[in-house]
Design a protein around this ligand. Structure first.
Ligand code: FAD
Ligand code: NAD
Length: 450
């Protein structure tokens, strides 16, 4: 590689995409530096997927401790200590942050723990004032929470702060109807908070299959979560006791302990010097890239949430890997396939999906066949928990090829990862039918659907 630059690659942002891209580029022989203004690991590790999933586990014990009585167990004096869980989660986050840092250092990646901005075609300036040059620049700066426009938004928190609360709110309002709103509604509700989810539209989790999201709504209401649809925040005002008065359109003012915004995430491109570098941005401020994650400027690439393609960790990682292999690897450039990406919502119970919803299939295929399994998990039957699971398989009516699978069930994301391989591989309903069930499981419903 050229010695006329300080580095072959400078990555801005040490999150899921940036860390993978930097480590693999270094393994290909590139001289790599990375800058991180917050903490190595990025959103997923520090304030996203990882601590969120730990809270989901912690929250689920509330139901397990209730249900275990029907299985003959008596647990006396049970109580919940939020601060203990919070601190254990934060400790583990620090452990993973260290592991990410070690991985980079073991690959001889130079880490700058400070903000970086592009100040010339190949020049990056760090917050300390230090300037470095690089042959290639990778923008992997992720996204930040979007706050709606209303009086007093500064009194609300976002998912960033939710992991650090000193105490649990007795009453919390969560704005938004997407991933974060539904996941945190489940978490707070299981911990005993009164939760109200407020959505400006009439649909939760719009991208998921209607039957599955309707089931989540029904179960969430049954568990005690309140929902308000087609309403927006008018104001949030602090009250004397440390809580807030909240006014929603068409509703009376109410007092809550906490307001949380979960209203989408905006690409981190402000103040990065992208205009000066001539990098083209889209309407939401996202970096526009081609299928190889290259911007309109030949030596500047972008991966992950900052490109606003699919805001998921495994996608950012794949994009980072493909970038490193394309630019520094021995073989031809590789493009990430963004089709048929499985996903999950870690609500209570969770949702998981891959491929087309029934509506999408009907709009794009000539004929569609839908198979359903609506059942109560054995554990819930014994526990007396009236919570039904739903599996839905969408097939091309002509070929029998499975084009989508949708589930809401305990452990649905674990089952979906395996099922998604079959859908991605283009298998048919007949292939599933030819597979013997594992009994007794929930997953066997996948091969028994009629
Ligand atoms: C609450 C929550 C839960 C989530 N749960 C899941 C989940 O269960 N599964 C899933 O797949 N996805 C989940 N996601 C999404 C996932 O976290 C993101 O898609 C993923 O982290 C994107 O990776 P990235 O590398 O693009 O960006 P990030 O991981 O956000 O990393 C970007 C990094 O760049 C740094 N940075 C920004 N600007 C600069 C600068 N100028 N200089 C230096 N550093 C800078 C930031 O501090 C950040 O560390 C969740 C997100 C949130 C918020
Ligand atoms: N399990 C997972 O994989 C997981 C979990 C959390 C987050 N994520 C990723 O992070 C992203 C961000 O999560 P999120 O829940 O914030 O976003 P989201 O896109 O899932 O949901 C945003 C919600 O906010 C609403 N909204 C948007 N603008 C609004 C406004 N001005 N006023 C009121 N409501 C508004 C939308 O209608 C929608 O219901 C997700 O899109 C997802 O890609 C993934």
């Amino acid at each position: 590689m050229s010695d006329s630059y300080d580095f072959d690659l400078f990555t801005i942002g040490a999150g899921s995409g940036g860390v993978r891209a930097s480590r693999v580029s270094a393994a290909h022989g590139a001289r790599v530096a990375i800058a991180e203004e917050h903490r190595v690991g990025g959103t997923c590790v520090i304030r996203g997927c990882v601590p969120k999933k730990m809270l989901v586990y912690g929250a689920h014990f509330a139901e397990d401790l209730e249900d275990c009585q029907k299985f003959g167990w008596t647990v006396e004096g049970k109580s919940f200590d939020w601060v203990k869980l919070r601190d254990n989660v934060l400790d583990d986050v620090s452990r993973i942050e260290d592991a990410y840092t070690d991985t980079l250092e073991n690959h001889d990646v130079t880490i700058f723990k400070e903000r970086a901005e592009i100040t010339g075609p190949h020049e990056i300036t760090l917050a300390s004032g230090k300037t470095v040059t690089a042959k290639y620049i990778l923008i992997a700066t992720g996204a930040h929470p979007h706050l709606p426009d209303c009086e007093g938004t500064e009194h609300g928190i976002t998912s960033n702060e939710a992991f650090h609360l000193d105490e649990l709110p007795k009453k919390v309002i969560i704005a938004g109807g997407g991933y974060i709103a539904n996941e945190f509604a489940g978490i707070f509700n299981e911990f005993g908070s009164r939760v109200c989810v407020v959505n400006r539209g009439d649909t939760l989790l719009r991208q998921y299959d209607e039957a599955v999201r309707d089931r989540l709504l029904q179960i969430s209401i049954m568990k005690g979560i309140d929902f308000k649809f087609n309403t927006v925040f008018e104001y949030i005002k602090p009250c004397d006791d440390g809580g807030y008065f909240v006014k929603l359109s068409n509703c009376d003012e109410e007092r809550v302990d906490l307001v949380m915004f979960a209203t989408g995430r905006v690409p981190n491109t402000k103040g990065l010097g992208l205009n000066k570098a001539g990098v083209e941005l889209g309407d939401k401020g996202e970096v526009i890239v081609d299928r190889f994650s290259k911007t309109n400027v030949d030596h500047i690439y972008a991966v992950g949430d900052v490109t606003d393609r699919v805001q998921l960790t495994p996608v950012a990682i794949r994009e980072g890997q493909a970038f490193a292999d394309s630019v520094f690897g021995p073989s031809d450039p590789v493009a990430v396939d963004h089709t048929c990406i499985p996903s999950a919502v870690f609500s209570h119970p969770p949702i998981a999906a891959v491929g087309m919803t029934e509506g999408e299939a009907k709009n794009s295929l000539g004929s569609v066949k839908v198979y359903l399994s609506d059942f109560r998990a054995m554990k819930n039957v014994v526990a007396g928990r009236n919570e039904r699971s739903l599996f839905k398989m969408i097939c091309d009516g002509d070929s029998g090829r499975i084009v989508g699978i949708h589930m809401i069930a305990p452990e649905a994301p674990e089952m979906m990862q395996a099922a998604a391989i079959a859908v991605k591989a283009g298998l048919t309903k007949a292939d599933f039918d030819a597979t013997t069930a594992i009994h007794p499981t929930m997953a066997e419903e996948l091969v028994l659907m009629r």
